[in-house]
Design a protein around this ligand. Structure first.
Ligand SMILES: Cc1cc2nc3c(=O)[nH]c(=O)nc-3n(C[C@H](O)[C@H](O)[C@H](O)COP(=O)(O)OP(=O)(O)OC[C@H]3O[C@@H](n4cnc5c(N)ncnc54)[C@H](O)[C@@H]3O)c2cc1C
Length: 416
């Protein structure tokens, strides 16, 4: 018996989408092989990483009780940064403690391995250290969950080569600090976590931003910047991380930390417009391979989309197996289920957002204006008082007037 005949389906990629798909198929009674190029599932994967738990909850109820989560996010921070300042927003509330489906900081090397182990326990054969570089789709039943670049979907002609404006590079450091130090610096108790998104100075005004997530005993600190913007400013991508760590508003939080991990990874940015063909005879594409990521600035969502789309891909394969029909028409139930899910609703809702973000106003001018505005509001030196609206108008006048802001407002309205 050849290896192709032994399995009802093969999943390429042991990230969250792949393991979710494999688990769903194993539960549906299929014999499944999951192939991962890394030494173990998760070995090659990077996220900022905040996982919104709702989609995994459907696959593994109460997963947080057994999965290697780091902290439950109970504190949201957002900063608009210039070289010398930051206007920051911080949200803490019992609302964040009492969410039905909280979000968690996770480290992918541990987390992905846990989900793949779960799939293995339920009967999936997990083969690691194997790079699939060619697909021969003969009577095939393959789920492609091979991530943002998906060379396999490209080779099959289902996906276009990535355009520089549709993809970003993310660089991330894991910095060990110790649990008590993190709690003290961020004002957290054990188990509570912070998610901090930063726009402006870290990327030198390039499209993208910085992030800091608290893990149990470490911080995940990194930046994401769109590839077409690299070279726009005279700062290399690794230097952007240094620049952020050295910023006066960030430095006290990372001080004394020890670098434990350094990674870089591509991030899908183009949204719905770069989504590939999702099904063909015998083939389904899911997760990042299918461009399912939404970056809203104040949060990045790819992991919850990967898990949901992976599960739906697996369920579609189970239905196809029952019909003994793996044609594109039969597998298109995947697209129908996706359309009904939050994944496609989210992708459609924000389909114009990437175009809006290409306007550097958000990453350049707005942090600058925020700094000027706050600087004037909080300056009390005994001079003539100036009313807040007048401060606002003077900041606008210094920065190209109302046109730019109205233009941005109009685009933002269209994008949402
Ligand atoms: C810096 C950064 C920050 C991010 N922050 C967040 C965040 O905070 N929250 C969030 O929800 N999302 C975030 N994302 C996005 C998120 O990481 C992705 O959306 C998610 O990882 C997608 O999961 P996936 O399983 O589809 O793909 P991946 O995680 O990329 O998994 C693909 C797998 O396929 C394997 N593979 C690839 N090719 C082959 C092959 N030919 N043969 C065998 N195996 C193969 C890879 O080794 C990998 O294990 C971030 C991404 C980056 C890079």
């Amino acid at each position: 018996m050849s290896s192709e005949e032994k399995f009802d389906a093969i999943v390429v990629g042991g990230g969250l989408a792949g393991s979710a798909a494999a688990l769903a198929m194993a539960r549906g009674g299929l014999d499944v092989m999951l192939v991962e190029r890394g030494k173990f599932c998760g070995a090659k994967n990077t996220s900022g990483g905040r996982l919104y738990g709702h989609s995994l909850e459907k696959l593994v109820p109460n997963f947080a009780e057994e999965a290697p989560i780091e902290r439950k996010i109970t504190q949201e921070r957002l900063s608009l940064m210039t070289a010398g300042g930051a206007l920051s927003f911080q949200y803490e509330s019992e609302n964040l403690h009492n969410l039905k489906y909280p979000s968690y900081s996770v480290l992918r090397s541990k987390f992905d391995k846990w989900l793949a182990d779960k799939a293995e326990e339920e009967g999936v054969m997990v083969a690691t250290g194997l790079l699939v570089d060619e697909l021969v789709v003969e009577d095939g039943k393959v789920i492609l969950a091979d991530g943002v670049n998906s060379l396999l979907a490209q080779k099959l002609g289902m996906k276009q080569e990535l355009a520089a404006k549709d993809v970003a590079v993310g660089v991330k450091e894991v910095i060990e600090l110790g649990e008590d130090v993190i709690n003290e610096r961020f004002g957290l108790r054990n188990g509570e976590g912070a998610a901090w998104m930063i726009a402006g100075d870290p990327t030198g005004g390039n499209l993208g931003g910085g992030f800091i997530y608290t893990n149990k005993t470490s911080l995940s600190v990194g930046i994401v910047t769109t590839i077409s913007d690299i070279g726009r400013v005279d700062v290399s991508v690794p230097d952007m991380v240094e620049r952020m760590k050295n910023h006066p508003s960030v430095a006290p939080f990372v001080k004394g930390g020890k670098l434990a991990e350094y990674s870089a990874h591509l991030v899908t940015e183009g949204g719905l417009k770069m989504m590939p063909e999702l099904v063909r005879d015998g083939v389904i594409v899911t997760g990042d391979a299918a461009a399912m990521v939404v970056n809203l600035g104040y949060t990045v969502r790819g992991m919850d989309l990967a898990i949901e789309s992976g599960r739906l891909a697996g369920e579609a394969a189970v239905m196809a197996k029952k019909r003994n029909d793996f044609s594109a028409a039969s597998l298109s139930v995947y697209k129908t289920m996706l359309d009904g899910s939050f994944v496609m609703k989210l992708m459609k809702q924000y389909q114009n957002l990437p175009g809006l973000l290409e306007d550097h106003l958000i990453f350049n001018d707005i942090p600058k204006m925020a700094d000027e505005f706050a600087g004037m509001v909080y300056k009390v030196e005994g001079g003539n008082p100036v009313a807040l609206p007048m401060i606002g108008l003077s900041v606008l006048a210094n920065n190209g007037g109302l046109n730019g802001l109205f233009g941005l407002g109009k685009k933002a309205w269209e994008a949402m």
